[in-house]
Design a protein around this ligand. Structure first.
Ligand code: NI
Length: 169
């Protein structure tokens, strides 16, 4: 087990679309273990493999206080969703940014576990929201892409200011 180094915005690789997992072998189990350990050490509630530079459709979720505990979703698909809500999100790959995003607060997901066993599950609240955030990573989408145009503009100004400051320093 190891704590993985994570890619950070604006790293281009975060835009890559991840490939489906086909072999459910010991190297996949190793990846899942490393993602779980990295998530645990980060204090966040979800993490996807592409954030660690592994472009496979694997993500882990661990929402403190929910009934599930640490979970892994491999090749996840949303079968249905309901009840849109505005939720405040942040991301280990976009440090220092918090923003409001519109998400379904109920989802029905189909996925596989680390042994390849398929399962379906109805999720709600933070677990549902977190799953969608992590599934976005599998498509190369970041939560900042879902912010309002005004909020995005402000982030761009801040990034430009930071870049200028770095040049001067
Ligand atoms: Ni994220």
């Amino acid at each position: 087990m190891a704590v993985l180094k994570l890619l950070e915005y604006p790293e281009e690789a975060l835009r890559q679309v991840s490939r489906p997992v086909q072999s459910f072998d010991s190297s996949l189990q190793g990846l899942v273990d490393d993602l779980q350990e990295t998530l645990e050490s980060s204090g966040a509630i979800g993490l996807s493999a592409p954030q660690a530079g592994v472009f496979e459709r694997v993500l882990v979720v661990n929402v403190p206080g929910d009934d599930y505990g640490p979970q892994v979703y491999i090749n996840p698909e949303i079968l249905g969703s309901a009840k849109l809500g505005i939720v405040e999100e942040s991301c280990l790959s976009v440090p220092g940014i918090v923003g409001n995003v519109m998400r379904a607060t109920q989802v029905h997901v189909r996925a596989q576990d680390a042994s390849g066993q398929p399962f379906e599950r109805a999720l709600e609240g933070m677990h549902a929201v977190c799953l969608q955030h992590e599934m976005d990573h599998l498509e190369g989408v970041l939560f900042v892409d879902r912010l309002s145009w005004f909020r995005k503009l402000r982030l761009k100004w801040a990034a430009n200011r930071a870049a200028r400051a770095t040049q001067v320093a």
